[in-house]
Design a protein around this ligand. Structure first.
Ligand SMILES: C[S@@+](CC[C@H](N)C(=O)[O-])C[C@H]1O[C@@H](n2cnc3c(N)ncnc32)[C@H](O)[C@@H]1O
Length: 360
């Protein structure tokens, strides 16, 4: 971890629940992982950037949009607002090309340490004049952080694991997923980006609840099937709501990319070898075959498969009538074998699906 990362992490303020629930640690983890394996991430990041550049070209070619909300003079801008959800360190966003096209740029993330990082990044820009971003620090769902905080109290107050699990199941079954505040704040949105966020929406709250449950009762939360499944069904509603909110700006473009499958592999001919020792092969050594399965550049065994969307298919979550391009899919080599302590003799690949919604 660089000294600047440590400094950003320590001094980050705001809603303390975001730190408690792991969002700040998660942000540091992502940038560390990226720095370690940048060459392996590049094809994936570039796929996202390319798709966003294609949208930018369409927006730049379109007629400027009247922008009654903004007084910011941006000569080359078409006006309107760009909203990036889960913006993080903007690794997958071609911000130098994108930002100057808009009168307002809103960057939303639950990891408040993304603010100083992005400010430093933008200060290096030699590009065209661009609006200073508005940083929206907090939960983009307006729901999951509250639910995890409520679960924390429920676990602390329960007399037994069974009564905690019952209360958690009932609470999750009651919990709704209302419209997110960002979805009703800006009337002139021209592009909404949700990149690498959808499958993450349940990640930190789930981990927080599982950790607290085990710490309090010495037993895994997953043993309580009704509660664990109720929590997952609540996350289903959160993801469905997220896509509905992204799609709700009828006249805007939207870009939504998400993991749809995760795999853990071992290299059968090179057990325990670190892939970081050599050059990254084309496509980081992973691509999708004709049937959508992951093909490796080395002989590999798949050890685990997981569905981060709990059976949901993104195509089913778009509201009827949404104007969509056919989705693109690719493989992202997230953790090359041997690149982390936890992955000495294993690696990790995610299958990513990316959707473009056109103005309706
Ligand atoms: C996998 S990262 C992608 C970050 C960014 N797209 C990039 O490549 O640099 C997911 C991001 O979503 C953020 N995130 C996850 N859940 C969130 C939530 N409920 N509200 C706001 N941000 C969230 C994380 O803090 C993280 O920055």
């Amino acid at each position: 971890m660089s000294l600047l990362d440590i400094w950003d992490y320590i001094r980050a303020s705001g809603d303390r629940r975001l730190r408690q629930q792991g969002y700040l640690r998660g942000g540091v983890g992502i940038i560390e992982r990226y720095r370690r394996t940048a060459k392996f991430w590049e094809p994936h990041l570039e796929n996202n950037r390319r798709a966003l550049r294609e949208i930018a070209a369409q927006i730049a070619g379109a007629a400027p949009m009247a922008n009654p909300q903004s007084a910011i003079p941006t000569p080359q801008s078409g006006g309107g607002t760009l909203v990036i959800l889960g913006a993080g360190r903007l690794l997958d966003v071609p911000w130098q090309e994108l930002f100057p096209l808009f009168a307002r740029v809103v960057l939303a993330d639950a990891d408040s340490a993304f603010v100083p990082y992005v400010e430093r990044l933008l200060s290096t820009a030699r590009a065209n004049a661009m609006p200073k971003p508005i940083f929206d620090i907090g939960d983009v769902t307006g729901s999951v952080v509250d639910l995890a905080a409520w679960a924390e109290h429920t676990i602390a107050a329960a007399a037994s694991p069974a009564s905690a699990a019952d209360a958690l199941a009932d609470g999750c079954n009651r919990a709704g997923a209302a419209q997110a505040p960002w979805a009703r704040t800006y009337v002139d949105v021209r592009l909404v980006v949700s990149s690498n966020l959808l499958s993450q929406l349940g990640h930190f709250p789930r981990l927080h609840i599982q950790t607290l449950f085990r710490r309090r009762f010495g037993k895994p939360f997953s043993e309580h099937e009704r509660a664990a499944e109720s929590l997952e069904r609540y996350f289903d509603r959160v993801r469905a709501r997220h896509i509905a909110d992204v799609a709700s700006f009828g006249k805007a473009w939207a870009y939504l990319a998400t993991d749809v499958e995760t795999l853990v592999y071992t290299l059968s001919a090179q057990p325990g070898a670190s892939l970081l020792a050599g050059e990254a092969p084309p496509n980081a050594g992973v691509e999708l075959d004709e049937k959508g399965g992951v093909r490796f550049a080395w002989p590999a065994e798949i050890e685990e498969r997981d569905d981060p969307l709990h059976g949901q298919r993104v195509e089913d979550l778009w509201p009827r009538g949404t104007v969509l391009d056919p989705p693109r899919r690719w493989a992202w080599h997230v953790v090359p074998q041997g690149s982390e302590k936890k992955y000495r003799d294993r690696g990790r690949v995610h299958v990513v699906e990316a959707w473009v919604k056109r103005p309706g």
